[in-house]
Every structure is written in structure tokens, then in C-alpha cells.
Write a protein that binds this ligand. Structure first.
Ligand code: TXA
Ligand code: MG
Length: 339
């Protein structure tokens, strides 16, 4: 398949492809999404094929206006109105009971649907131009780090989808916060830019799902199917190393001496010296938003450079750092060295 390369000026063309049942990668404020008409089960099933995504992992539906939510759900829970008022448009996905309009391909057979209204102007223009809600998972090959630039999407999906809209680098860099209102107490299933504290300020008490920072126990029942898959992984083996900078340097330099393959260190700005290996940075040490913004790009870069192992300085898990830690632990398959 020929993949059309579009820009933000081509929202009408993107909308047309989507209306005709095609797949278009679109920029959002979080990561790039691979969009299809959410009301067209066949179009949606092509998303799973292009990504190699397991069919039991449901998709997020993207709308351009709050009014577009009502037909997609059985009812809008009162707390959802509060969340939408405070955080939409923006990087928050809300899970609600679904209506019959939502095909099984989107909800993966669940009786709920995940909905968000992105703030990215190009995403909004494309949803409007298509005149349908858009189902869109991250636009990467399943398992790989999510794409934060059009180039990342191209690497994974060229030839497999109808078009890519280049809207520049994504602002946030990690996927939206996912909260479900279909449990007794609202439950955070995936952390993102909207933090647990911000959610609690609107909702009162919430629960952070165990799977956010811990590996799933064998046979555990998951509320969000996405949590059971290996995720965000570059080809390189990722290992998180917690401790002081000097302990980190000593540890990594010893590993370099052992001479077992190509080693990189993912560090904070200004920490590149004193390491006898390739270094990558994910921004200022004290900036959780830098880490979110640069994590996936750095993991992809390590593959481009042919690295076998990447040792990562352990970032803070405060604020959007909880999302960074959640993605990083999965990329590392929970390998953490405490020095
Ligand atoms: O920022 C984002 O959310 C990006 C952009 C493109 O909007 N999209 C994204 O989609 O990250 P995806 O498919 O990569 O992640 C969706 C997550 C998965 O973990 C999935 O299991 C969960 O949301 N999810 C979707 N529908 C659900 C439902 N009805 N119940 C529980 N979890 C659901
Ligand atoms: Mg994804």
C-alpha cells in the first residue's frame, strides 16, 4: 500500500480517507495515533492488523466536541461531566459504559468504552473533517515505544497504512491518563500528564491500579487489557539503575569493561561525562515533563544506534513522573538495580 505523506494543511484529505474506511496516523498532544472511523468495525480491525495488536486490547475513541460523547455511551456518569469540564480538551481518557454504536472491535468485547477529546489543533481538525469519532491507539508497531514524531510512525508503519499527517513533535510525549468510572471507586488504569492528585482534586478519593507500578501476578484479572502486554520496548535490553550519579557511573563503566555488547547510558542533561559508553539524555534532572517528552525518542534512538543494553538513570515518579516510571518499568520488564 502507498502511504500518503500529508501535513496539517491536509486535514480535509485525511478526513476523506477516514470516512472511506482508511487508516491515517495523526498527531495528538500526547503521542501520534493511528486513526480509523470508530463506528466502522472493519476499518477498526485494520488498525489491529497494521500494528500487529492483540485483538483483546480495546481502543480509545477520540471526539472533537463534548457533545459527541453522548451517542457513544449508555449514560454519562455525573463525575465524567466534572472531568470533562476540568481536563478536556487534553490528555485524559475516561472509561464509561458503552452504547450499541460502539463496535466490538473497538471495545474488544467489553461493555465499556474509553473516550478522549484531544487538544491538538490538527487532531481536532481531522476529527471534524472526518465527521465521525476516531478510534486511535498509538501509531507504533505493537510492543514498540509509542511514536512522538511523524518519523517514528514512518519507521513502523509505512506501506501498511493509507496516510501519515506530520504535525511536528508531540508536546507531552507519553500517552493520556486513563481513568475508569465503571468501578466502585474511580480507578486510574494508566498514568499520564493528568496526575492522580489533579484527578483526586475533582473526584475525591481514587484508586491507583496496582498494575501501574508493579508486574502483574500470573493469572491476575486486569481492568485494562493493555497492561498485560510487553510494552514500549526497544530491541535493546533496558535496565533501570537507582542510586547516586557516581555509583551509576561506576556501575556502568564496570559493565563496559565486561565487554558484552554495545552499551548506552540514558542520563540527565549534563551527566554525559565520566561514562565510557554511548550516552543519551532525557532532559533536565528535575523536569518530569522533559523525561515524559523524551523517553520514547531516547529508547528508539538506542535501537537506531544498535545498542544491546541501555542503563537508565532512575527518574522521579512525582507528577507526570509516575507516567514516565510506568512506561520505563515496562520497557525494562521491571529490571531495576538498586545501588
Ligand atoms: O494518548 C493516548 O491515549 C494515545 C493517543 C493516540 O490518543 N492513544 C493510546 O492508545 O495510547 P492505546 O491503544 O495505545 O492505549 C489505550 C489504552 C490501553 O492500555 C487499553 O487497554 C486501554 O487504554 N483501554 C481502552 N479501552 C478500554 C476499556 N474499555 N477498558 C479498559 N481499558 C481500556
Ligand atoms: Mg499504545
Amino acid at each position: 500500500m502507498k502511504t500518503e505523506m500529508l501535513t496539517e494543511k491536509d486535514a480535509e484529505r485525511a478526513g476523506e480517507i477516514l470516512r472511506d474506511g482508511g487508516l491515517v496516523a495523526i498527531p495528538t498532544e500526547t503521542v501520534y495515533g493511528l486513526a480509523a472511523n470508530a463506528l466502522d468495525g472493519e476499518a477498526v480491525s485494520n488498525i489491529f492488523k497494521a500494528k500487529g495488536r492483540p485483538m483483546d486490547n480495546p481502543l480509545i475513541v477520540h471526539v472533537a466536541k463534548k457533545e459527541d460523547v453522548a451517542p457513544l455511551v449508555k449514560e454519562i456518569p455525573p463525575l465524567a461531566f466534572k472531568l470533562m469540564d476540568r481536563f478536556w480538551p487534553g490528555p485524559l481518557t475516561i472509561i464509561m459504559p458503552k452504547s450499541d454504536l460502539i463496535p466490538d472491535e473497538v471495545s474488544a468485547g467489553l461493555d465499556t468504552v474509553a473516550i478522549r477529546m484531544p487538544s491538538h489543533p490538527v487532531a481536532r481538525k481531522i476529527i471534524e473533517a472526518s465527521s465521525v469519532p476516531l478510534a486511535a491507539p498509538s501509531a507504533n508497531t505493537s510492543g514498540k515505544p509509542s511514536p512522538t514524531t511523524a518519523e517514528h510512525v514512518y519507521e513502523d508503519l509505512v506501506g501498511k497504512i493509507n496516510a501519515i499527517v506530520d504535525g511536528g513533535a508531540c508536546d507531552v510525549g507519553v500517552e493520556s491518563t486513563v481513568i475508569t468510572l465503571c468501578s466502585e471507586i474511580p480507578r486510574l488504569l494508566r498514568p499520564g500528564k493528568v496526575t492522580p492528585e489533579e484527578l483526586a482534586s475533582v473526584l475525591g478519593p481514587i484508586k491507583v491500579d496496582d498494575a501501574v507500578l508493579h508486574p502483574l501476578k500470573d493469572g491476575a484479572v486486569v481492568m485494562s487489557p493493555g497492561m498485560k502486554y510487553k510494552h514500549y520496548s526497544p530491541t535493546a535490553n533496558v535496565i533501570v539503575v537507582s542510586g547516586t550519579l557516581s555509583d551509576f557511573r561506576n556501575y556502568v563503566n564496570e559493565k563496559v569493561l565486561e565487554n558484552k555488547g554495545n552499551i548506552a547510558a540514558l542520563v540527565f542533561d549534563g551527566e554525559e561525562t565520566g561514562l565510557n559508553c554511548k550516552t543519551l539524555s532525557f532532559g533536565r534532572k528535575d523536569s518530569d515533563t522533559d523525561h515524559a517528552n523524551r523517553l520514547f525518542g531516547a529508547l528508539r534512538k538506542s535501537d537506531e544506534l544498535g545498542m544491546d543494553t541501555v542503563y537508565v538513570r532512575c527518574p522521579s515518579a512525582e507528577g507526570v513522573g509516575l507516567a514516565v516510571m510506568n512506561r520505563l518499568l515496562r520497557a525494562a520488564e521491571f529490571q531495576v538495580i538498586e545501588l
